[in-house]
Design a protein around this ligand. Structure first.
Ligand SMILES: [Zn+2]
Ligand SMILES: [Zn+2]
Length: 341
């Protein structure tokens, strides 16, 4: 069903931010195959009506700077490379910093405050300890998805604090691509299905007694069948009901799925920090909110779909709405509460 709109161009974007439009797409494909060496340029399809952000909004404000990242769990492996490549910003991980005093996943120490408060406190902790004006921290929370019963959800926050410019930029991601879960078992045989779901052994496990006075007994970071069996035996023997509670280990270095989320967030943060506010020129311009209500194609009634994105500056009060990136201006009647109740 051709709607008669012009066929979208392909844009070849070069590393130095210059671009050429190529049409028709088949020619672009050919050019890409023939010319693109790895890293030379990327091919991006530009849909009709989509406006690319002007390269003049990009600036490397943090070239040669160093930001402190407080982590005991190897998060720098995911966070540092994108920030170095996109901003020229180095990431420093101080030795001996204990972020566990702000709370742990396994619940020995409870977290006080909202995840956003905790993550900012964590970034400031590293800045205070090292005297660096730039700080990074991330905070993950996991639980059942309130929208879909029995499906786990992972919410990760990544924050950047800039003491010099008095700004903080938060990027966050909510995903169902997580292995978060728990089970109870008396022996390894009971666990077969759970181990499969949990991605064991590439993703580690935590084992503790299910009930009884010995619940402070805790085995973390289990990644071999031998270690898991031994932990199960110990915990089952001291548990009142003869069961061990087995949980997924959600610490970043024990959980490749979480590391992948951190990497995506670091790319988004890099994009934000290299984009300047059109009003005051400070870094960190980006989407902070969405406005729902994309009108139905048949009756024009506002649907639950996003109609506009709200961009804002972390420094000044300037904000601006822009239409969706994909050029969509109407929602299908199937999404309309009036046409398809
Ligand atoms: Zn501004
Ligand atoms: Zn409708």
């Amino acid at each position: 069903m051709d709607t008669g709109s012009p066929r979208p161009d392909f844009r070849l974007l070069f590393r130095n931010d210059s671009a050429v439009s190529v049409s028709p797409p088949a020619l672009a494909e050919q050019l890409w195959k023939g010319l693109a060496g790895p890293g030379r340029f990327k091919l991006r399809r530009q849909k009709a009506g989509r406006v690319l952000r002007k390269p003049s909004h990009y600036a490397r404000h943090y070239e040669g700077c160093t930001a402190v990242l407080c982590t005991k769990h190897g998060k720098e492996a995911a966070i540092a490379p994108p920030l170095r490549a996109m901003l020229g910003l180095a990431v420093y991980v101080p030795a001996g910093m204990d972020t566990d005093i702000l709370g742990t996943f396994t619940g020995e120490i409870e977290r006080v405050g909202t995840p956003l408060e905790v993550v900012i406190r964590k970034a400031r902790m590293g800045m205070d300890a090292t005297g660096l004006p730039f700080g990074l921290a991330s905070e993950g929370s996991f639980g059942p998805d309130p929208r879909i019963p029995f499906i786990p959800v992972h919410h990760e926050l990544l924050v950047f604090v800039d003491e010099q410019r008095q700004l903080q930029v938060v990027e966050q991601l909510v995903t169902n691509r997580t292995n978060y879960g728990h089970s109870t078992a008396a022996s390894l045989e009971d666990l077969a299905a759970f181990l499969d779901r949990a991605g064991f052994p590439s993703h580690a496990l935590v084992v503790r007694p299910n009930t009884g006075p010995e619940t402070q007994l805790l085995y973390k970071g289990l990644r071999t069948v031998g270690a898991l069996e031994e932990a199960l035996r110990e915990c089952v023997s001291v548990s009142d009901d003869g069961l061990a509670r087995v949980e997924t280990d959600m610490r970043a270095h024990m959980n490749p799925l979480r590391l992948a989320v951190l990497r995506r967030l670091a790319f988004r943060l890099g994009c934000r920090l290299r984009t300047q506010c059109p009003s005051c020129g400070s870094p960190g311009w980006g989407v902070v909110d969405v406005i729902k209500g994309l009108p139905c194609e048949q009756c024009g009634y506002p649907t639950e779909l996003v109609s506009e994105l709200v961009e804002a500056c972390p420094c000044c009060a300037y904000r601006r709405n822009r239409p969706r990136d994909d050029g969509r201006r109407t929602a299908s009647a199937g999404d309309c509460p009036r046409c398809n109740p």
